[in-house]
Design a protein around this ligand. Structure first.
Ligand code: MTE
Length: 320
């Protein structure tokens, strides 16, 4: 991706383990003093067991299979969790794993507003329970030319959209990532405009392939891959799949997305994977799967032909 400015990360920016552990103790203590004993005991269990950093490694129960899964070889977990684009933490792909280690993903609220019958603020755990979790093994291709195959866990974004009652004026949906300078050291640099924002047309968002994601490899989503909640849009370049979402806004106008603001001639709103439309600085015809040596041809819509009808009649060279 185009980078305006890149600097090293100073270690004082990383929340120390002690600060994080003390905070947990404080939260647990505060809950105990204020409530009746039975409730307090329950609260204590909630706070003490899954900490405010919900770590990957917790199994997600009752995961169903999805007909949308590819049968291609899944990329090793270690590659998917140590080669990340997550500019809120770093512009270096091997750094988010370490820098996001103590990122607090609970409690976590998601604001739902704009063109909806009633504005809402939902807890991420309420959202996660809206529909049964499914494993979706998707190809995921980055605009930079690498790709991965990941067993994501989540359910169709449409399940959430249906429950929050968008109005007839809702033509687009916008996703906003958390803005928190105390936790996301990359946001102190003006490499991108913060917070990170992405958007979809409503029919794209309602397409069953659009995944609201909270896990991978059968477990909670690792922080560096977008915990606690992200979207995964397998027919689009990876940058459309916003991580750590705190706001979902329905709009009547096409939202401005971060990469389009940063370099409009290079990154469009649609960002459909398209081997026939080159990036101005490189070809998009081939890709390299992480862990493989030889490149393979990139497929139109990343091989997800079921979305083609969403774009019929559109000039995909102009609407890149
Ligand atoms: N979301 C936020 N908030 N910040 C980012 O920097 N990078 C995007 C996307 N979502 C990004 C983001 C890009 S460029 C890619 S390729 C994917 O996340 C990478 O997802 P992964 O690290 O889980 O493979």
């Amino acid at each position: 991706m185009l980078i305006k400015k890149s600097e090293g990360i100073c270690s004082s920016e990383i929340t120390s383990k002690n600060v994080y552990l003390n905070r947990r103790k404080f939260l647990a203590g505060a809950a105990l003093s204020g409530a009746a004993v039975a409730t307090a005991a329950l609260k204590f269990r909630e706070l003490a067991a899954p900490s405010s950093t919900v770590l990957a490694g917790n199994k997600i129960n009752g995961i169903g299979k999805s007909p949308f899964s590819t049968t291609e070889t899944v990329t090793p977990y270690n590659d998917v969790t140590h080669y990340n684009n997550y500019y809120e933490f770093s512009t270096e792909k091997d750094e988010p794993a370490q820098l996001a280690k103590n990122f607090r993903t609970r409690p976590w609220k998601v604001k739902i507003d704009g063109q909806v019958a009633k504005k809402l603020e939902l807890d991420v755990d309420e959202i996660i329970k809206m529909a049964p979790p499914e494993e979706r093994i998707y190809r995921h291709r980055c605009v930079e030319g690498w790709s991965i195959v990941v067993p994501w866990v989540g359910f169709s974004l449409s399940e959430l959209i249906k429950r929050v009652n968008p109005t007839s004026k809702a033509k687009f949906v916008e996703f906003t990532t958390l803005y928190d300078l105390t936790q996301m050291p990359g946001q102190r640099r003006n490499v991108l405009e913060w917070p990170y924002v992405e958007g979809l047309r409503m029919d794209e968002a309602m397409h069953p392939l659009a995944l609201l994601c909270f896990g991978m490899y059968g477990e909670d989503l690792p922080n560096q891959d977008g915990a606690p909640l992200r979207v995964v849009l397998p027919w689009k370049y990876g940058f459309k799949s916003a991580k750590a979402i705190v706001r979902i806004r329905f709009t009547d106008k096409q939202p401005m997305n971060t990469w389009n603001i940063s370099a409009p001639q290079e990154y469009g709103f649609y960002a459909n994977v398209n081997p026939h439309v080159d990036h101005p600085r490189w070809s998009q015809a081939k890709e390299r799967r992480l862990g493989e040596f030889f490149k393979r041809p990139t497929l139109m819509f990343n091989g997800y032909d079921q979305v083609a009808s969403l774009y019929s009649g559109m000039d995909l060279k102009k609407n890149f």
